[in-house]
Write a protein that binds this ligand. Structure first.
Ligand code: NI
Length: 161
């Protein structure tokens, strides 16, 4: 395991769409392990591969430090409801803004063994799934934030994805 360098807003790689993962190689398995280590070290609840400079459709999420989730080639199958709240991102440290997201999503993906999985999330998990999947399209939360709500935050910061 190794920490990876987190890419920050302004880095072009955060704005590029990611490519599908065709097979689970040793290298990709290592990337997933490193993404978890990097996310936990930064006290984040989610991290997408482009945030460590890799344009692959992989995200890791753990909203409660108890349920690590790997989503490979994730797709949101359905979403409903609405939640409005503060959102942050490890690629924009020390900042937060108000973003409206679905309150419930059903996401299809593959896990680290390339087995098909379906993940259902509400509240923070739904928000994290939407936020991380946006990263795979080169979208950052500030693109969707309510205008004028971007502000600095002091530690402890709100959930960062
Ligand atoms: Ni993020």
């Amino acid at each position: 395991m190794a920490l990876r360098q987190i890419r920050y807003e302004g880095d072009d790689i955060l704005r590029k769409p990611c490519k599908e993962v065709k097979e689970m190689t040793e290298r990709t398995a290592q990337l997933i392990e490193d993404m978890f280590e990097t996310m936990y070290e930064a006290n984040g609840v989610g991290l997408a591969a482009p945030q460590v400079g890799i344009l692959k459709r992989i995200v890791v999420i753990d909203v409660d430090d108890e349920n690590p989730l790997v989503l490979v080639n994730p797709v949101i199958e359905s979403s409903d409801g609405e939640q409005t709240g503060d959102e942050g991102c490890l690629s924009l440290p020390g900042k937060s803004a108000t973003v409206t997201r679905p309150n419930h999503v059903i996401c299809r993906a593959m896990n680290e063994n390339m087995e098909e999985i379906t993940v259902e999330g509400t509240g923070l998990l739904a928000r994290a799934i939407c936020h991380e999947l946006d990263h795979l399209e080169g979208v950052l939360y500030v693109d969707k934030a309510e205008p004028g709500t971007l502000h600095k935050v002091e530690p402890p910061e709100p959930a960062e994805e």
